[in-house]
Design a protein around this ligand. Structure first.
Ligand code: SAH
Ligand code: SF4
Ligand code: F3S
Length: 458
C-alpha cells in the first residue's frame, strides 16, 4: 500500500520527468465520471510523455477504468483484463493497471487473483496517477484504495488533451453521501466533496477556449452541490455562473436527485435559455413503497410534483430517467405503478435495469427477492412501452423546425451532418462538413426511435 502522505499534490505545470515517448491504452467502462476521470489521467500522463496508443498491442501502459454498478459491468472487466493479460504473456513489456470502481471495491483481491497485474487504484487515485504509474513501472506491485481528505480534495485541473468536439464534461463534485440501498457508488467513490466553483468556472473557460460550446456538469447528486461547503454557491447559482461564461451555448447536467431538486433550479429553467430543455431525473421506481425500501427519500407524488413544476417553467422539457425493476419486494401492483409513470411523466427515453445485488449494500438484507424470470418480463414490458413512447416523441418533431448545434459528420455517411437539439434529439441531415460547430435550423422530416432525419433550412 502506498503511503499517500508521501505523494506530492498534482502539479498542473509540472515538467516532464521523462521525455521518452510512451504509449498508453485506456479502456473505460461505466458512467460519465469514469470517462471524465480517464481524460484527467490522460492529461496528467501526457506530462510524463505518454501519448495514446493506436492499439493495445502497441501500449507500454494499459489502464482499465472500471465500473461495478451491476454484476454484468464487473464481468465485462474480467473478460477485458483477460485479453490484455494475454498480450503480456505473449511477451509485450506492458504495465497493466485497473482503476475505477471495481478496483476500489476489490482492491487486494484483484492483485491476488491476477499475479501479473501491476497496479490497482480507486477513483481517488486519479489525482496521483503519475506517481502510481511511476511506482508500478519501477517493478513494484502497487495498490492504492485510500480515500483522500475531503477538505482539500485535489480535483485535477489539467484539461483532457483529447477534447476536440462541441461538448465536454466538467466535474463539480466527487463521491456521494446518499445511501440508496441498491447502490455500490458510495462505497466505490467515497463521501461527497464539491469542487470549488472558481475551479469549475476556470475549467469551463479553458474548454470554451478549445472550441467547446456545450458543457455538461457532472456529479452523482449535483443538486447537493456546495451545500456542505461554507461560503460556496449553490447548484442553481453555479448554473447562472456557467451560463455567464462567454461562449457557452448550452448547459446540461447529470445526475439530479428528485428529492433535492429545489425551486431555485426550477427557476433557472425560466431564466437561462442556455440551460438545455432536457433533464435526466432518475426515478428508479413509480411505487412509493419501493422507493422507501430503496431509501430514495421521495414519493411518486413528489416526483410528479417536481416534474410538473419543471414543465411549468420549461414547457418543452424532455425528461429522461433510470428505472430499476425487480427490486426486492416489488409486487405486480408496484410494477404497474412504475409502468403508469411512463405515461404520466412522459419519459422520452430511459435506461432500465434489472436489480443486481451488490456487495455490502443494504438491499442485500431485504426480503422477498423477485424471481429472475419475473424481473426479465417486467424489464421487457417497460422497454417495449418506452420504445413506443420514444418513437412518439421523435415523430412529434416531424414537420417542425428545430435548432441544432452541429456536432460533426455522421460516422457512416460523411455528407450527412449530426446536430443535437436542446431537448437532446439527434437529427441527421445532408450538409457541408464546414458547418460543424455552427447552430442551424433544421426541418425534421422523419422520426425514428432514437434519432430523426431532417433537412437544413438555415
Ligand atoms: N447518482 C445517480 C445514479 C448513478 S448509478 C442517481 O442517483 O440517480 C446509475 C443508475 O444505475 C442508477 O440510476 C440506477 O438506475 C442504476 N443502478 C444502480 N445500482 C444498481 C443495481 N444494484 N442494480 C440495478 N441498477 C442499478
Ligand atoms: Fe447511488 Fe443513490 Fe448516490 Fe445515486 S444518489 S450514486 S443511486 S447512492
Ligand atoms: Fe460505474 Fe462507478 Fe460510475 S460504479 S456507474 S463507474 S460511479
Amino acid at each position: 500500500m502506498i503511503d499517500l502522505s508521501t505523494l506530492a499534490p498534482p502539479a498542473p505545470a509540472a515538467e516532464p520527468n521523462d521525455a521518452t515517448p510512451k504509449r498508453v491504452w485506456f479502456h473505460t467502462f461505466g458512467c460519465q465520471m469514469n470517462e471524465y476521470d480517464t481524460g484527467k489521467m490522460r492529461a496528467q500522463l501526457r506530462i510524463d510523455g505518454y501519448q495514446d496508443a493506436a492499439a493495445p498491442d502497441e501500449a507500454d501502459l494499459i489502464l482499465l477504468n472500471t465500473c461495478s454498478i451491476r454484476e454484468k459491468a464487473q464481468v465485462k472487466v474480467d473478460s477485458a483484463l483477460g485479453h490484455y493479460r494475454r498480450l503480456k504473456r505473449l511477451g509485450q513489456p506492458v504495465v497493466i493497471g485497473v482503476a475505477g470502481c471495481v478496483a476500489q471495491q476489490e482492491g487486494q483481491a484483484l492483485l491476488t487473483r491476477y499475479p501479473d497485474l501491476d497496479l490497482v487504484f480507486g477513483p481517488d487515485g486519479v489525482p496521483h496517477v503519475r506517481k502510481l504509474v511511476e511506482e508500478a513501472r519501477s517493478g513494484r506491485r502497487v495498490l492504492d484504495t485510500d480515500f483522500l481528505d475531503l477538505e482539500a480534495y485535489p480535483f485535477v485541473s489539467d484539461l483532457d488533451p483529447s477534447v476536440d468536439g462541441i461538448g465536454a464534461f466538467v466535474t463539480i463534485q466527487k463521491g456521494c453521501d446518499n445511501k440508496c440501498t441498491f447502490c455500490i457508488v458510495p462505497a466505490t467513490r467515497g463521501a461527497e466533496a464539491s469542487r470549488p466553483s472558481t475551479q469549475v468556472i476556470d475549467e469551463v473557460r479553458g474548454l470554451v477556449g478549445k472550441g467547446v460550446q456545450e458543457i455538461t456538469l457532472i456529479g452523482q447528486n449535483v443538486n447537493s452541490y456546495g451545500l456542505k461547503t461554507p461560503g460556496e454557491v449553490t447548484f442553481a447559482q453555479l448554473l447562472y455562473e456557467v451560463a455567464a461564461v462567454p461562449g457557452v451555448s448550452r448547459i446540461r447536467y447529470t445526475t439530479s436527485h428528485p428529492r433535492d431538486m429545489g425551486d431555485d433550479v426550477v427557476a433557472a429553467y425560466r431564466d437561462l435559455p442556455a440551460l438545455a430543455s432536457h433533464l435526466h431525473l432518475p426515478v428508479q421506481s413509480g411505487s412509493s413503497a419501493v422507493l422507501r425500501r430503496m431509501k430514495r427519500f421521495y414519493t411518486r407524488e413528489h416526483y410528479l410534483d417536481v416534474v410538473n413544476k419543471l414543465r411549468a417553467a420549461r414547457p418543452d422539457l424532455a425528461l429522461t430517467t433510470d428505472v430499476i425493476v425487480g427490486f426486492p419486494g416489488e409486487t405486480d401492483d408496484d410494477f404497474d405503478a412504475t409502468m403508469a409513470l411512463l405515461d404520466e411523466a412522459q419519459f422520452v427515453t430511459s435506461f432500465s435495469f434489472k436489480y443486481s445485488q451488490r456487495p455490502d449494500t443494504a438491499a442485500l438484507r431485504l426480503k422477498d427477492p423477485v424471481p429472475d424470470d419475473v424481473a426479465s418480463e417486467r424489464l421487457s414490458r417497460w422497454q417495449v412501452a418506452q420504445r413506443v413512447r420514444s418513437l412518439a416523441w421523435t415523430r412529434g418533431h416531424e414537420d417542425q423546425e428545430v435548432e441544432v448545434i452541429i456536432e460533426g459528420p455522421s460516422r457512416h455517411e460523411p455528407t450527412v451532418l449530426c446536430g443535437r437539439t436542446s431537448g437532446n434529439l439527434m437529427v441527421n441531415f445532408p450538409g457541408d462538413p464546414s458547418l460543424v460547430g455552427r447552430s442551424a435550423l433544421v426541418r425534421v422530416t422523419r422520426g425514428f426511435t432514437n434519432t430523426a432525419r431532417g433537412e437544413l433550412i438555415a
